[in-house]
Design a protein around this ligand. Sequence first.
Ligand code: NDP
Ligand code: PYC
Length: 342
Amino acid sequence: MNTASSDTLRVPLDELGEQIRAALRSLGLGEAHVQAMARVIVAGQRDACQSHGIYRVLTCAQTVHAGKVDLQAEPVVESDGSAVVRVDARRAFSPLAFERSLPVLAEAAHRHGVAALAIRHCFHFSALWPEIEAVVAHGLAALALTPSHAWVAPAGGHRPVFGTNPVAFGWPRPGPYPLVFDFATSAIARGDLELHRRTGTPLPSGCGVDADGHPSIDPVAIAGGAMHTFGGHKGSALAMMVELMGGALIGDWTSRESLDFDQGAGAAPCHGELILAFDPARLGGADAADGARRAEEMFGAITVQGARLPSQRRFEARERSLREGATVPSGLYREILAMAAA
Ligand code: NDP
Ligand code: PYC
């Protein structure tokens, strides 16, 4: 471990992984869950995603202390050989359910051209891009949607209905990195609001309203009021679609139902997730290679003018972390080390 600045450290990824696994074990989680959860948490910090890196260990701890998550449950994967794969996480954290169903989803997508994975009954704390990258590694394009807790007001309203409802997409590319984007449909992710709340720093304007419906930049006031969607009515419609596709469609909860179930405990949201996978070789047929070439031409037309592709920042952070260790906030890391030593 090296000091990177007064308030951050550089921590080698293997050391970071060991401490996170120890902290998760201290919560009483079964070993398969510890391993799967640590993989996404380390990946988040490695890629400099502060809202979904080691901070998530604290979210997981709060979820465990709330007493509703199953610490040991083995996910049950259901597949009848069709294009629909379902996995019941059985009220455990989501990463193990995803990992167990990924090979089944990939096989179904290659066989049918398109396949859908419905993850149900999971506590969801992570970013979606680790899942998207894992699907895309099978040569597939992918789209993922999941609700969260009802923290976000619809455009034109001021009372929460939607979750922060991320939408993530991936496209396979030649070379080490795919094209991936992954964003909350709220103006800011809840994880970022929580980090602002921890540090007592204001949010950018436009993130939400207080309990009286007045615009605010105070994370505490917005947490007691409502967050905004991004892009006005457009983000609001996307957030609604996520409730329908990642909730009602797959027979799982909406963000309102997740928050009702939470009963103020402050646990991670509990609901489902929809992941769609598309096989370019099946859908494009003889023209698939040409489609891939034309996609690269489009990416070139973006980068040639100095614009960047989504995930480029993340991939650059990953390369640096692999060389030098992940940058980790010192105070937060001390909390993780204390948990790991407990
Ligand atoms: P950001 O706004 O930080 O980034 C969204 C996407 O846009 C990223 O792919 C990012 O790439 C890309 N991007 C950012 N700036 C540019 C730019 N100038 N040009 C091109 N692309 C750009 O994401 P959010 O804060 O909305 O979400 C953060 C994370 O929170 C997500 O990973 C999401 O999955 C997670 N989340 C999870 C929820 C859950 O219920 N599980 C709920 C809500 C959010 P890059 O990363 O390289 O900057
Ligand atoms: O950052 O909005 C968020 C979030 C919700 C669940 C996990 N992350």
